[in-house]
Design a protein around this ligand. Structure first.
Ligand SMILES: [Zn+2]
Length: 197
């Protein structure tokens, strides 16, 4: 995999060069809504290499603790991702897999259009079933079953359910925090997009 030097990606003024013309009237690019990058002073380190928006950090850890008390090993695989990392995930993997932008966008958001840049979205896994990490098979795990029963109480919801109108592939592992007014506002368009069928 070719890793673009970080200095170059950070200095690039337009992470969407060549893609901007494909935005739809509601601001979406290849199905994904635009999201601002949370400022660094709003981020809290919740585990080594894992940062979350300060509003979501404690609810996330509380949800993990409650799952543990129920005997479920809920893991947080990914949280906040900055623009440079999202750019690598989108373009480098796209190149490696020889995918078109539209193909890549079914499974990964273009930089500037990822819920992860808000610090409010997380990829969750089951510690007892690591082979299902970031795979559809995560939906067969005890962790997913637990989330379906309890995530609402912690204000987490599945961003890309099966058959979502955004046209983004089903992602049983990707959950976003909607337990603050700011989060509700940020995700309003996405919530409508997912629910109206
Ligand atoms: Zn995700």
């Amino acid at each position: 995999m070719v890793i673009v030097p970080l200095s170059r990606t950070i200095l690039d003024p337009d992470p969407l060069a060549g893609l901007g013309s494909q935005r739809s009237s509601d601001g979406r690019l290849l199905g994904h809504f635009p999201f601002p990058e949370v400022s660094a002073d709003q981020l809290i380190q919740v585990a080594p290499g894992l940062k979350a928006h300060r509003d979501a950090a404690e609810p996330l850890l509380a949800m993990q603790r409650e799952a543990a008390a129920d005997g479920v090993d809920l893991r947080v695989l990914s949280g906040f991702r900055d623009l440079a990392l999202q750019k690598q995930l989108f373009f480098d993997v796209k190149a490696e897999r020889n995918q078109s932008a539209a193909e890549r966008a079914k499974v990964s958001a273009p930089p500037g259009f990822s819920e992860h840049s808000t610090g409010l979205a997380f990829d969750l896994g089951d510690g007892t079933r690591p082979g299902t990490n970031l795979k559809d098979a995560f939906e067969t795990t005890p962790a997913f079953a637990w989330l379906e029963r309890h995530a609402n109480r912690h204000h987490f919801r599945l961003s890309f359910p099966k058959g979502n109108r955004q046209g983004v592939s089903y992602e049983p592992w990707h959950w976003r925090f909607e337990g603050s007014a700011e989060a509700l506002k940020l995700f309003e368009a996405a919530r409508r997009g997912a629910e109206i069928r």
